[in-house]
Ligand binder design. Structure first.
Ligand SMILES: Nc1ncnc2c1ncn2[C@@H]1O[C@H](COP(=O)(O)OP(=O)(O)OP(=O)(O)O)[C@@H](O)[C@H]1O
Length: 247
């Protein structure tokens, strides 16, 4: 994805200022920065989640391959299929595990039960939860642990066969063991998908991402290889943040 001269407003308040960034394929890109700096706002512009918030305005361009995702004739349903999202709090539908995963493919017209069975199994395998739920696919997805629910949400996203997976603090509501599982999973997911993650946890960004962007008051201060950001950043403000001097 290529982001050019992006500004974003909630009413009169400018939450993102002149963001320029290329998000590379098949790597993990992390967004870090203190609370309120615009990380969530930015990740949500990548699949137009902000369309749902009244009074918002976007200037600049975001392209996926060469498609301008904010162009008037670009179908937002196609965009959300290509760019899936996982949120901070696991939010499975109050339906069976099976129906959670089959929901997207059914919406996109797949009716054949064998094909749906195959997609459900492959998606659950891809989210590293098949073995835990294969005997209880009809159980309500809200009746399993939080870590399992989050992996169901990841499976639900990958059932649409997306190109990009956006994750907004996907482990902040989880215990350390579930967090480890999701971090391991993200490393596997990047082989097939482009992964973008917002995290408050700098160790997590350092562990799992290839590139890191540091945000401050709506601007990208520095965007570089994760190793460079955490060992020898160019900007003093990045250095102050990663060494815990603020935020
Ligand atoms: N719906 C909204 N209406 C008005 N202002 C908003 C809205 N959502 C966010 N903001 C403001 O936009 C700025 C960026 O918020 P955002 O949630 O993107 O930051 P963040 O870096 O993700 O923060 P956190 O780490 O606390 O989640 C903040 O000043 C916030 O108060």
């Amino acid at each position: 994805m290529q982001i050019k001269d992006l500004d974003f407003y909630y009413g009169d308040f400018q939450a993102l200022k002149n963001i320029n960034m290329d998000i590379e394929e098949n790597i993990v890109t992390a967004f870090i920065g203190p609370s309120g700096c615009g990380k969530s706002t930015f990740i949500k512009t990548l699949n137009r989640m902000q369309d749902l918030v009244p009074g918002t305005k976007v200037d600049g361009t975001i392209t996926l391959d060469s498609d301008d995702i904010y162009s008037k004739d670009y179908d937002v349903n196609i965009l959300r299929k290509r760019v899936g999202m996982v949120f901070q709090h696991p939010n499975p539908f109050p339906k069976s595990i099976y129906d959670n995963i089959a929901y997207g493919p059914r919406t996109h017209g797949i009716k054949d039960s064998h094909e749906l069975d195959h997609i459900v199994e492959e998606s659950l395998r891809g989210a590293a939860i098949w073995d835990e739920v294969k005997d209880k696919l009809q159980r309500k997805a809200t009746d399993i642990s939080g870590g399992q629910q989050q992996r169901i949400c990841i499976a639900r996203a990958i059932a649409n066969n997306p190109e990009v997976l956006l994750m907004d603090e996907p482990t902040s509501a989880l215990d350390p063991i579930s967090t480890n599982k999701i971090e391991d999973l993200i490393q596997e997911l990047k082989q097939k998908y482009t992964v973008v993650i917002v995290t408050h946890n700098m160790q997590q960004a350092a562990r799992i991402s290839d590139k890191t962007a540091f945000f401050l008051t709506g601007e990208v201060i520095e965007f570089d290889d994760t190793e460079k950001i955490f060992s020898n950043p160019n900007d003093q403000r990045t250095n102050d943040y990663i060494s815990g001097r603020f935020g």
